[in-house]
Design a binder for this molecule. Structure first.
Ligand code: AMP
Ligand code: MG
Length: 419
């Protein structure tokens, strides 16, 4: 232990210690944005019958083969189909049936001519009228075949696919009004530090408001998980121990911030080492070097440093992928975009840097350009609030020069999005 490890190694260790949670049933539309836990199979052909793509007349294509404006063909309207009303007869030679969009193609008909180009004689266009056609209608014209979307017994959506709004409608058509998604992980959030006071208190000299719990709980929500705040523990071994164990007893994942920097009052890593197993406690990354991960009573535990920006970036890099995996997502990495950096980016340490920055398009050239926040001080959250990316400077590099194409991790865009 006490060895700095690469971020990828840390991510692998964390991901290896979590797995997808149990499936639960939800209404298909409430699965929006969530990956399915099981294939969704349709019980019927979609659509179960060939149907009209237009309001118009169902005809026999052969009847209209010779129709032209100069020599129109007139057919007898022998029936109509409106919503829920089906024509059960057969369309014979010289006959047509008035049809609405989505209505089943009547027996005998094999094309639909849209209403707008048909002239109606004698009446309202339904039974008893005659309809005049001035052009041929190829077989299959304006007809949607049965089973175009899927056949009975086929999966309309597979496990792992993320449900879109359109997908919710597809699931409903397939009879999957309820689908299985993986339960949201319950995430216990704890703030550590004698100087930390709740956000509704006015801090006395030396005290600071708890910013991390709110930022982390919001991040938990954004990751599709269910945050639960267990409170603030002072730098007291007993107090920390009881809060952390209480959270571990009822949560799927526990996150603390503060007390992770091996200072005199930092007990949490020692607690995990004593009561469970510490798997790493330092990462070659800035911000966020002092990050402890381990298993505590069988529950993954992530101890983030108290510096707000370090806690946020640590969550983003380690907790978010883990919580998404528990939810069943397959895409776990944020999109990385290359942009031209507008200024020099010096780096004087070996660690990998993730600098808060904002990428945008140059209004004149349309080129992607990135600019860092005015400060990378870990105490500042406003700079993260305004950032849309983390500009990455890898280990072994001394920085970038203005004009370089640099990798930017888009923390404002969902994993799996193609940029
Ligand atoms: P620590 O990890 O305990 O050494 O804390 C590092 C810095 O982050 C110190 O300046 C703390 O006061 C600050 N800090 C710790 N916890 C929080 C919190 N919950 N909200 C805001 N700042 C914090
Ligand atoms: Mg502290």
């Amino acid at each position: 232990m006490e060895q700095m490890i690469a971020l990828e190694r840390a991510q692998t260790i964390v991901l290896d210690h979590v797995r997808g949670l149990e499936p639960v049933a939800v209404a298909c539309w409430q699965a929006l944005g969530l990956p399915l836990a099981q294939d969704a199979v349709t019980d019927i052909d979609l659509s179960p019958f060939a149907n009209s793509a237009m309001d118009g007349y169902a005809v026999r294509s052969a009847d209209l083969a010779a129709a032209t404006p100069a020599a129109p063909v007139t057919l007898a309207v022998v029936g109509h189909e409106a919503a829920g009303h089906v024509f059960e007869g057969t369309v014979g030679g010289g006959e047509a049936v008035r049809i609405m969009t989505g209505a089943p193609m009547p027996e005998g008909a094999n094309a639909v001519v849209k209403y707008e180009v048909v002239e109606v004689l004698d009446g309202d266009g339904n039974e008893g009228s005659r309809a005049v056609f001035r052009a041929p209608a190829p077989v299959g014209d304006n007809v949607r075949e049965a089973g175009l979307e899927a056949h009975a017994g086929e999966a309309v959506m597979h496990a792992g696919e993320v449900v879109t709004a359109a997908g919710a409608g597809l699931l409903a058509s397939a009879g999957c009004s309820e689908v299985f998604v993986r339960r949201a992980p319950r995430v216990g959030v704890i703030s550590l530090g004698t100087e930390i006071v709740p956000p509704d208190a006015v801090p006395q000299r030396g005290q600071i408001r708890d910013a991390n719990a709110s930022a982390l709980m919001a991040s938990v929500l954004a990751a599709g998980a269910d945050p639960q705040f267990f409170g603030i523990a002072p730098d007291d071994e007993q107090a920390i121990c009881s809060l952390v164990l209480e959270a571990a007893a009822s949560c799927d994942f526990v996150i603390t911030s503060g007390g992770a920097s091996a200072g005199d009052y930092d007990y949490v890593t020692a607690l995990v080492r004593r009561e469970g197993e510490v798997l790493f406690d330092r990462i070659s990354m800035r911000p966020g070097k002092a990050i402890t991960f381990g298993m505590l009573r069988g529950v993954p535990f992530l101890g983030l440093s108290g510096n707000p920006a370090a806690a946020y970036v640590g969550f983003e890099m380690l907790a978010r992928p883990a919580l998404r995996k528990m939810r069943g997502y397959r895409e776990l990495a944020r999109p990385v975009q290359y942009a031209r950096v507008e200024h020099d980016v010096p780096k004087r340490q070996e660690r990998r840097f993730y600098n808060r920055a904002r990428v945008g398009r140059d209004p004149l050239t349309g080129e992607l350009a990135v600019r860092e926040a005015h400060s990378q001080n870990s105490a500042l959250l406003g700079t993260l609030h305004h950032a849309n990316c983390l500009l990455m400077v890898p280990e072994g590099m001394k920085g970038y020069a203005a004009g370089d194409e640099v990798p930017c991790v888009r923390i404002d865009i969902d994993e799996g999005t193609v940029l």
